[in-house]
Design a protein around this ligand. Sequence first.
Ligand code: URA
Length: 203
Amino acid sequence: NGDLFPASDAEEPKSLTELNKIITAAKPMVPGGKKAVLGEGPAGAALAFVGEQPGDLEDLQGRPFVGPAGQLLDKALTAAGIDRKASYVTNAVKHFKHEERGKRRIHQKPTMGEVKRYRWWLLKELGFVHPRLVVALGATAAAALEGAPVAIGKSRGKYQFGDMPGFVTIHPSAMLRMPDHDARSQAFADFVRDLKAARKLAH
Ligand code: URA
């Protein structure tokens, strides 16, 4: 598949550990990216969650979903009866794409081309983890898993990513951007409902 990076001279990882070594050693493929944030959680987890890319705090701590979006995800997982520690959590893009503005580091959305360059790693990673269900958190994750854009509004819910049983839902940071309190509470309730449905599908 011409979309998939790296090209034919790629080392072929035999395990998640080997893959993670390759990812850690590789040059970032997005502007601003420095250190890779690897996926976290047990191989063989029933559920795998895929986000967009690490944010500022994830980049600093070297762990996925530990910032504000991660806290909201944790809260929703708890409400849905899902144990994060028993789940696998990763990102479509493994580096924090950002722009430096003074002391601030401003998140930048990865392009479809960038997402596709990271896709080879993501598919390998999920191949090793082999979850019963992969949950795409938001449009970037869904596009990365699908290899083409996916409309969240239309495709929300159970979804098949190639041969991987999947589920499409919103990204928790979408709720952080909602100024209206009622809209945010409703979005959170809908998100928890999705996570419960995903939990049942992965049972
Ligand atoms: N948003 C993401 O998509 N992933 C993270 O790890 C943190 C925030």
